[in-house]
Design a binder for this molecule. Sequence first.
Ligand code: ADP
Length: 498
Amino acid sequence: MSETLSINLDPRLLANELSSLHLINGALVPATSGETFDVIYPATLEVIGKAAAGDRDDVVSAVAAAKAAQPGWAGLSARERGKLIVECGRRLTEHAEELGRLVALETGKALRTESRVEASVLADAFVFYGGLGSELKGETVPFSPTMMTLTQREPIGVVAAIIPWNVPMMLMAYKIAPALVAGNTVVVKSAEEAPFAVLRICQIMNQVLPAGVFNILSGMGPECGGPLVAHPDVGKVTFTGSVETGKIIYRAAAEKLIPVTLELGGKSPMIVMADADLDKAVDGAVGGMRFTRQGQSCTAATRIYVEEPLREAFVEKLTAKVNKLKMGDPLDEATDIGTIVSQQQYERVTSFIEIGKKEGATAHELSALPQAGSGLDKGFFVRPVVFTNVSDESRLTREEIFGPVTCVYGFNGLEEALRLANDSVYGLAATIWTRDLKTAMTATQRLQAGFVQVNQNLVVMPGLSYGGIKQSGLGREASLEAMLEHFTHKKTVIINMT
Ligand code: ADP
């Protein structure tokens, strides 16, 4: 506690230092089995370090540590826990540049446009939730004049958080900050591709938090995440990842009858009406599609519906803008777009691009791959693609690609736009671009999504409930409601005064 870690701006050195380790009960420890797996820099395929391959034995140690620490942690006042979480945020801000570089190295997300941004807003989640400790309050209920009736919020106990690789630090923060402030202790299972930045965060936070309050394991999904979800002492699972894995986790949680939060995929529509500000809408598409993150976002604007009079001009401006983005070494300050995270994802994304071409859609392949001989030849670079002439039944329209691929479709009239936008198994995010208030309000009422914006396409922010409907998941994150509804039990207490 309270010792300070020095800042290390060399991400390769840091990855090496953090190699082959979990963090359990306040200490960096290797996997019980001694097994590890390689972690690569997806721009060069160099091995940057090894991750501990956690299994059932490591899960048992981590959950035991979390369980032992939980009563003491819950025994602090909520405001005291909140203060410690705010202090974690302060320290993470001091380490922001270091964390940005480390996450750029393991994920291939460009440092300037993505990784540094993620690291620099990370503390917001901790500061936001740290300030909400006193909101963990109950109610008095006017049940009977002779009975004092009240409710109180209590922590669930040990929370398991399973996180993905695309925005690993921020998505972890939205899970652990509310869980911890509410008095739970946590075991995180990091994503195979991105174990280091989140491990570093855990190490920094363990300078502030009592041992066992926040533990982190790396490992494969079924071998490490599976036993974590199934562990009898885990009382809640919060997960972000694919729909398939989300369903596996939901089934395992159902066996134990424990609550889950599932933030799954998306196929988010963007509707551009003929009266929209064209330039703003084009900027919104570039940002909303997260082209600088190679489109690796659950909320990416992958179905762009543009009203016919604007469609051609929109495509022209959008392709011209995306074409100017510079692909290159993610750690280079000049780079706008880095790489896809892994070979598996690279193959998935490129196969979708092939499907689109085979179906006869028009592929506008933009920007330019890094120059041959730049040392990046083997890297998982994929040129951003804007598809036009795509059918509504195409797999490009139906499935989440999780790459820099978007489709632009035409429509006439709001009714058609809403029908097309809602014709999806997903329901995470949606946007509408218009100058007309009635159109905007109608769309916000009828768009089937958990996060709807008018004339902007921002990412999730602390304080705003975020989550999906349909196949996009269950529950909400990032808000006060997320802490109260997803990380506490409500207990009713009746005191008979007769
Ligand atoms: P992606 O395809 O984006 O990697 P996944 O849903 O497979 O998405 O992975 C998200 C997280 O879920 C990762 O941390 C991964 O290790 C974990 N995971 C994968 N399979 C399982 C499983 N069967 N049980 C628990 N966690 C899993």
